[in-house]
Design a protein around this ligand. Structure first.
Ligand code: ADP
Ligand code: MG
Length: 494
């Protein structure tokens, strides 16, 4: 009898343990199921808030067109500055002679010389040199920076061989691409509004940047005149038109984003000067600063903006450009880690660091076609310190990349459609219309590029989109600036 009791007690204890284990497993499974349900809900919300159906794309395009009109109407008429570039003569192909370009806009600057041979010869010869700017000069004095640039230019000129030829008695002429905000006052002068991109050079804000460069050239003993001061988008447009006469606009989709296009001079209501003979003027839209209530935004975007160096500004740029796409993805993944324990019980500390997830890494994960998503796994390990991610988690990461990239691409397409509408080139049976594109985001992020092109087709329709072409204008802004130096040369007869 006692034995029986003991046996019963043992059986009961074992059963109780089994029940407890089962309960634990059920709880854990529920918790895990709960996590995935939570993750699914976060993803669904993201998908809904980022949605860009055709109707939405059209609304954004219309808003862009409307702001373009407003910005041309008056100074401060719109968040789009619609800056008058003073470029009223675009390259025709007839340009001849030796011209130079200087491109300053990042940690490197580039000098370029081209020998132009008119319609037949085209670009007979070109040479380019890239020089990195010492860190201390980016935050030093104005003379130091411009002397450094001018002396690099002096060396470049000194190394010229017989492939390049300057006619006797003629001065060398330079196109200056200066990719910082400038208030242009003529084709060859403009005052610096502010430095950006890590530059903060003393005593230059409010000064004519061409004057600063010209004085440095004189100090270095170079006889050279700056005949065109341009923004990189305007340079890209000029280079694009030289290659293809049907180019109407240039778009940059790189770290940042911007657009320039050719406008009828009489449509620029705020223009005070005499109408140019050509009847045309290139407008630098500064479209990164576009915003509209039609733009689909999320709490991630609002937080990104609020914590940025320029809150409330460049809202469109923060949705579509290479500087920000990876950072938006990081913010979504962080929420998934916190609320749905997507990467385990602890939130990976690296995921909390702003801008650790850069767009090229996002792009590499997004393009992963391996069966087990091993690129996603490796990138998460290398850049976010997340090891042993589950397949389910990796798939979710790819979905987040997809939503964020496609929203950006479709909104960028909306901007282009806005320009085409402004030009009346969005309808069927139009003449061939070409957009010159530059920038690492468009060039390297294949899914982004394909989504942008598919959106143009979808929204414009088969027929109208057949006459719209997007061409890559790889670093066209350097050649473009030298072409603008040529088309605004002091030796041209008006
Ligand atoms: P910038 O705009 O700085 O003048 P680029 O036009 O070369 O220079 O663009 C560089 C930007 O392009 C990077 O900051 C990055 O956002 C984006 N980019 C570069 N490579 C890739 C890539 N493989 N995938 C996605 N984006 C990329
Ligand atoms: Mg660039």
């Amino acid at each position: 009898m006692r034995k029986v009791l003991i046996r019963t007690a043992v059986i009961c204890a074992t059963a109780a343990a089994a029940v407890a284990v089962t309960a634990f497993v059920v709880r854990r499974r529920r918790r895990i199921n709960g996590r995935w349900a939570r993750a699914g809900a976060v993803l669904k919300e993201l998908e809904e808030q980022c949605a860009t159906p055709v109707e939405k794309v059209k609304e954004v395009a219309d808003a862009m067109t409307k702001e373009m009109h407003a910005g041309l109407e008056s100074e401060d008429g719109s968040m789009l500055k619609m800056l008058i570039s003073f470029v009223d003569r675009l390259p025709t192909g007839d340009e001849r002679g030796l011209f130079y370009a200087l491109d300053l806009g990042g940690t490197n600057f580039r000098v370029l010389r081209v020998q132009l041979g008119g319609k037949e010869g085209r670009v007979v010869n070109q040479q380019c040199e890239e020089v990195s700017i010492p860190q201390d000069l980016m935050v030093g004095g104005s003379d130091e920076l411009f002397d450094f640039i001018a002396s690099a230019l002096a060396n470049f000129v000194a190394s010229e061989d017989e492939d390049f030829h300057l006619p006797n008695g003629k001065q060398r002429e330079l196109g200056f691409t200066f990719s910082f905000p400038v208030k242009q006052t003529s084709i060859a002068s403009g005052t610096l509004i502010k430095w950006t991109k890590g530059f903060n050079v003393n005593g230059t804000v409010g000064k004519d940047v061409v004057g600063e460069l010209t004085r440095a050239l004189q100090r270095q003993g170079i006889d050279m005149q700056v005949t065109a001061l341009v923004n990189d988008t305007v340079g890209t447009l000029a280079g694009g038109i030289y290659d293809d006469n049907d180019v109407v606009a240039a778009i940059i989709l790189g770290t940042g984003t911007n657009a320039a296009y050719v406008e009828r001079a009489d449509a620029i209501k705020k223009w005070q000067g005499p109408l140019p003979n050509s009847g045309e003027m290139v407008i630098n839209m500064e479209w990164g600063n576009f915003r509209s209530s039609y733009l689909p935004t999320t709490d991630y975007d609002h937080a990104l903006d609020a914590e940025s160096l320029n809150p409330g500004q460049q809202i469109y740029e923060k949705l579509i450009s290479g500087m920000y796409l990876g950072e938006i993805v990081r913010r979504v993944l962080l929420r998934l880690a916190v609320e749905a324990a997507l990467f385990g019980d602890n939130v990976p500390p690296q995921l909390e660091v702003p801008f650790v997830l850069q767009t090229p890494v996002m792009s590499a994960m997004h393009h992963d076609t391996s069966a087990d998503l091993k690129v996603v796994g490796a990138k998460m390990q290398d850049f976010l310190g997340i090891s042993n991610s589950s397949f389910k988690a990796r798939k979710l990461v790819v979905q987040v990349c997809d939503i964020v990239a496609k929203r950006g691409a479709r909104l960028a397409a909306a901007g282009i459609i806005g320009i085409l509408k402004k030009l009346g080139c969005d309808r069927p049976n139009m003449k061939r219309t070409v957009i010159a594109m530059d920038g690492g985001l468009y060039e390297h992020y294949t899914i982004f590029r394909e989504s942008l092109l598919a959106t143009l087709k979808e929204v414009l329709g088969e027929e109208a989109s057949a006459s719209v072409l997007v061409i890559m204008a790889n670093d066209g802004s350097g050649i473009g600036a030298s072409l603008l130096a040529a088309s605004h040369s002091q030796y041209l007869e008006d």
